[in-house]
Design a protein around this ligand. Structure first.
Ligand code: SAH
Length: 497
């Protein structure tokens, strides 16, 4: 089993930096004993212009059998010759991935104590694997590596025997990857995809394989078009583990989406109209992410209500609180959430620790559940429930209703929630799926109004509805917002109490 990693260099960034990145000196040949044999690391070439590191794993097939690990799925039964005479010593199977992670452990983590700046830099890489078992063929190899940032993914079938061309191709390919990548990203891809292509794990699949997969897949797996196949094969098609991994990947993907939306928001805030790229001014509506439009709609409604002291109920990671702080009209801003983790992130985002006294006297975050009445919430001008109600189980909703509309009783309450009718317009959302794994329900416009009308009636509020995002003529807007306003004690315009 053999693989080489090459890079080229320039005088300021010599190719031999590869030695630092891999934590293996280019001048030495080293051997490491691994659980499946001996791994050798050496450098066939090491100049400032070009440097190649080779990893050679000498597998001991007899030891594998003794350890009970010589059998792939569907392999011959025990005590047959196939256990001893097989491709294990030659092909870059999952065993090579195990060796890779053992020998280049620190490099895989993207750490380099001697030159801490190196791992963060991408550099020209060429990775060659002369015999890669590819169940699924060269086509699958390209589908797996294609979306991962390589300039070229070259696969060449390996013939079974050069002396007998009529025997045709083997199930191995020679793989050459070339592109500008960070070394740890490349290694983490190989660590996951070698066993995926091999599709026969030769060691025990423990529950922590899911953690290993997610760690190695961090930053690339969640958004990979083949993440389903990768996950299932990596986990040897264990149903429970695969499902667990898929759910966690979905959360990671959502977190990435949220993150990028937040960035766009920050950019949008700092941008002067004259400097905005053409694309944005051509299509001002479309280019603004929904999360931003939701926040703008909320801010506009709060301004309209003349609110000064505001509750953000289910404040999450504090984006709205942050926006409110920027406007001196808000004299007191309170973020409440049940999740300590979200509140910790919010505090960090707001730099609560380093805030001056005047700012910090305007803002407070505390933990609380909206399913319970809480004295601390009484007496505010307005409360915002932005994308929160759908996170409560329906039977808990009356408790939230009581806590907010009867007990806390702010003058204005803003509630936003997804409009499920709009889901057919999200191209990436499979039919019948909710937008977030934690959503307990998503309502149509009619369902939302039925609920909000009743709530308003029961607690003496009036309610108006506003679309947020493009209001589609057929299915309505992506987000729906209800603006509740408390009825004054003595209705002036002859309204029924
Ligand atoms: N308001 C934010 C976050 C929405 S996500 C925004 O618009 O982006 C929903 C939030 O509601 C999460 O942070 C979750 O922790 C919180 N949440 C869910 N159930 C809750 C409850 N019972 N009490 C308080 N917060 C709750």
């Amino acid at each position: 089993m053999f693989l080489t990693i090459s890079t080229t260099g320039i005088p300021e960034r010599p190719a031999t930096d590869l030695g630092f990145l891999l934590h293996k000196h280019p001048g030495k040949a080293q051997a490491f004993s691994t659980s499946h044999g001996t791994a050798h690391v050496f450098y066939p070439e090491a100049t400032a212009e070009r440097c190649t590191a080779a990893l050679l794993l000498e597998v001991d097939p007899v030891a594998l059998v003794r350890r009970g690990q010589g059998k792939g799925r569907g392999a011959a039964p025990d005590a047959t010759l196939a256990q001893y005479v097989n491709d294990r010593p030659y092909a870059a199977s999952s065993l090579l991935a195990v060796a890779l992670s053992g020998v280049f452990r620190t490099a895989l983590k993207g750490q380099c104590a001697a030159r801490p700046e190196l791992p963060g830099q991408s550099r020209p890489l060429r990775i060659e694997i002369p015999a890669l078992p590819a169940r699924g063929g060269a086509d699958l190899v390209r589908r797996l590596f294609g979306p991962l940032g390589w300039d070229s993914v070259e696969t060449e079938p390996v013939v079974l025997d050069e002396r007998f061309p009529e025997w045709g191709d083997s199930r191995y390919v020679r793989l050459v990857l070339e592109g500008e990548l960070k070394l740890d990203d490349a290694l983490r891809q190989l660590y996951v995809l070698l066993p995926v292509l091999d599709d026969a794990k030769h060691y025990w699949i423990a529950p922590d394989e899911v953690d290993k997969l997610l760690r190695a897949g961090d930053g690339w797996l969640a958004a990979h078009p083949e993440h389903g196949l990768i996950t299932a094969r990596y986990l040897a098609r264990r149903k429970r583990l695969t499902q667990d991994a898929m759910e966690r990947l979905e959360l990671a993907r959502l977190a990435q989406v949220d993150g990028s939306e937040a960035e766009e928001l920050d950019n949008a805030v700092g941008e002067t109209p004259g400097e905005s790229p053409g694309e944005i001014s051509d299509a001002p509506e479309r280019s603004v992410p929904l999360v931003v439009r939701r926040r703008e709609a909320i801010l506009a409604a709060l301004r309209e209500a003349g609110a000064q002291r505001v509750l953000d109920l289910g404040c999450g990671e504090g984006q709205l609180v942050q926006a409110l702080l920027k406007d001196p009209a808000y004299t007191e801003i309170v973020g409440v959430d049940v999740s300590v983790r979200a509140l910790t992130t919010a505090a960090r985002r707001l730099r609560l620790e380093r805030m001056g006294e005047r700012q910090s006297s305007r803002v407070r975050l505390f933990q609380g559940s909206l399913a319970y009445t809480d004295k601390r919430l009484a007496g505010y001008d307005a409360a915002v429930l932005s994308e929160v109600i759908e996170h409560l189980d329906l039977p808990r909703l009356p408790a939230l209703e009581y806590a907010v509309f009867a007990a806390a009783r702010p003058r204005t309450v803003l509630v936003t929630t997804p409009n499920v009718e709009y889901n057919v317009r999200w191209e990436s959302l499979p039919a019948g799926h909710v937008r977030h794994r934690d959503h307990r329900f998503e309502w149509t416009r009619e369902e939302f109004r039925a609920w909000a009308d009743k709530v308003a009636g029961r607690h003496g509020y009036t309610v108006a509805y506003e679309p947020v995002g493009d209001d589609d003529p057929e299915v309505g807007p992506p987000t729906q917002m209800a603006v509740f306003t408390v009825r004054t004690e003595s209705p002036k315009e002859g309204e029924a109490a």
